[in-house]
Ligand binder design. Structure first.
Ligand SMILES: [Zn+2]
Length: 78
């Protein structure tokens, strides 16, 4: 006797291929309000944060990375 095995659907959330990545950083040091404009160039957010640390000694930041996600089926029912 054989038993049919039904593979469950599998889904994967990834960045939509047409989406940009937006990075936002904000200094977490006490009353510091340093928060550059959100950027679609994450490398520039890194450089700006590093410069802020070099100038002030503030080294802790919140970092948010945002993009449009797309869920795709990676394994369909057979
Ligand atoms: Zn700061």
């Amino acid at each position: 006797m054989t038993t049919a095995v039904i593979a469950p659907r599998m889904y994967s959330l990834d960045k939509h291929p047409d989406s940009e990545v937006t990075m936002t950083v904000r200094c977490m040091d006490g009353g510091c309000t340093w928060e550059p404009l959100p950027t679609t160039e994450p490398a520039s957010a890194h450089v700006e944060s590093e410069l802020h640390t070099a100038e002030t000694g503030h080294a802790v930041f919140t970092v948010s990375v945002e993009y449009i996600g797309l869920v795709t089926v990676t394994r369909a029912d057979e």
